[in-house]
Design a protein around this ligand. Structure first.
Ligand SMILES: *Cc1c(COP(=O)(O)O)cnc(C)c1O
Length: 465
């Protein structure tokens, strides 16, 4: 499989190079040159397979030419062996038509483990045969940082630097990062906001001096391999509910548009998906874009669902690319306009194209809390606030009564226990696998919100190896 950029001018890469690069050199995002097709019989044949084997069947066309099927199987088994539930992503029934797909049984209790556990394996494999060392630099508002650190801690040929805004991630989230004491892990607490941290990371990726000294890699959801790994659970869930002989709807708590884009990929590959519901909180750029064509960034409002508090959804560019008929020049023009004005209007024909599969809903804090209580009272489940945004959207939209609706449960409730307790009166206990998280030693470096200080630290630490 070859990978092309959404902006049309970066070189075409194979799977290995696209995975290690992250962002394309023309500022675009990598996508497969075509969507591989799974025939209805091939999807039916997934029934009864375990998660790791389902992953092999779904992902093999994407890695073709770079990994053999056996190599992919080994990596998949290693990645999903770290989950605490044998089903990896179990389905839980809430009522006669609503289901939860629990994606939080990985080591850091959010769905990001599903992709990052595999990405960690892929990095190790690619770097072991290649003789290169990479430096991962990222910014996190909480969940990505811990999942990425957990995935690469202690691995050879990788240094990871993770910036988090000091005092603005939860205690559980911070400790999940800072108590990992492997020497290749460097946590940095920045005096500033998540956006400040993110801006410094972007600047470092464009910094000639830094690029001259380091091979920089990205682990946020612009990395194609992460999306590829997430396609799998749409197939896994659908075949358990009667797919492909029955269409299924999915509701997805959305921030950067990565998770729901993976559902779009599953549909392009041939999985009958009746509807993909994009559920946003009050930071609703995607809801405005999909309903009115208004893709404009405002200021971020802090909510009880911090992993969805975004202004700009990077992966939306991938959908726009497909909706434009894969016209890289058109996307370069649109994204250029967006960068200049922080706003653009999605053309009517592209909106109509999206409406065939996507619906959206904006869920405020009250509706989120109502959904949390509904899951508790009607489904006997304590869920997390992000999943509750998805559930509220699933219940708000009119979807044919005979279509099962699966809400993606993206985090374990214990990760956001204050908000859960406020809505339900129940304080979810930390799962045993987190063990003595609150007794463990923490290690991190505090730095001012100053680019030069951060750059100097990264270059010096990376040079020490
Ligand atoms: C990252 C995250 C999301 C948003 O996912 P995207 O792929 O960015 O749309 C939703 N819920 C939780 C708990 C997350 O960590």
């Amino acid at each position: 499989m070859e990978y092309i950029s959404t902006r049309g001018s970066a070189p075409t890469l194979d799977f290995r190079a696209a995975t290690l690069a992250g962002l394309a050199s023309d500022g675009g995002l990598y996508l497969p040159a075509h969507w591989p097709q799974m025939a209805i019989e091939d999807i039916r044949a997934l029934a009864g397979l375990d998660y790791a084997e389902t992953a092999v069947r779904v992902m093999r066309p994407f890695v073709e030419g770079v990994l053999t099927e056996d190599e992919l199987r080994q990596l998949s088994r290693a990645a999903y062996g770290s989950f605490s539930h044998d089903a990896v992503t179990p389905l839980v029934q809430l009522d006669h038509r609503h289901w939860l797909l629990e994606l939080f049984h990985g080591p850091t209790l959010a769905f990001k483990d599903v992709a990052l556990q595999l990405l960690g394996q892929l990095f190790e494999k690619f770097l072991a045969d290649g003789g290169t060392d990479i430096t991962i630099v990222g910014a996190t508002s909480g969940d990505t940082g811990s999942a990425a650190i957990e995935a690469v801690a202690g691995r050879e040929h990788i240094q990871i630097f993770m910036l988090h805004p000091e005092g603005r991630v939860s205690d559980v989230q911070r400790r999940q990062m800072t108590t990992v004491l492997a020497p290749n892990v460097h946590n940095i607490a920045i005096d500033g906001s998540f956006d400040d941290a993110q801006a410094m990371v972007k600047r470092l990726f464009g910094d000639e001096e830094a690029r001259g000294q380091l091979t920089l890699s990205a682990v946020n959801s612009i990395n194609w391999a992460r999306l590829m790994a997430q396609v799998v659970y749409y197939f896994y869930a659908a075949v358990r509910l009667g797919g492909p002989d029955r269409p299924i709807a999915f509701s997805v708590p959305t921030g950067n548009f990565g998770d729901v884009f993976a559902g779009y990929v599953a549909a392009q590959m041939g999985l009958p998906i009746a509807r993909l519901v994009v559920a946003t909180n009050v930071n609703d750029i995607l809801h405005r874009a999909l309903t009115r064509g208004d893709y404009s960034a405002g200021t971020v409002t802090a909510t009880a669902t911090p992993s969805m508090d975004i202004q700009v959804s990077s992966n939306f560019e991938r959908l726009l690319f497909d909706l434009s008929g894969r016209d890289g020049a058109a996307i370069t023009g649109m994204m250029g306009e967006f960068d200049r004005n922080r706003a653009m209007t999605i053309p009517a024909d592209m909106l109509a194209g999206a409406a065939g599969l996507f619906s959206s809903a904006r869920i405020d804090g009250d509706a989120m809390a109502l959904a949390l209580r509904w899951a508790q009272e009607h489904g006997g489940q304590i869920i997390d606030p992000h999943s509750a945004v998805g559930l509220a959207a699933a219940r708000a939209l009119e979807i044919d009564a005979d279509i099962p609706v699966v809400t993606l449960a993206t985090a374990h409730p214990a990760k956001f226990r204050e908000a859960v307790e406020r809505a339900t009166g129940v304080r979810p206990p930390l799962p045993a696998r987190l063990g003595n998280l609150f007794e463990r030693e923490e290690r991190f470096t505090k730095l001012p919100g100053d680019y030069d200080a951060v750059k100097a630290f990264v270059l010096a630490e990376a040079a020490r190896g």
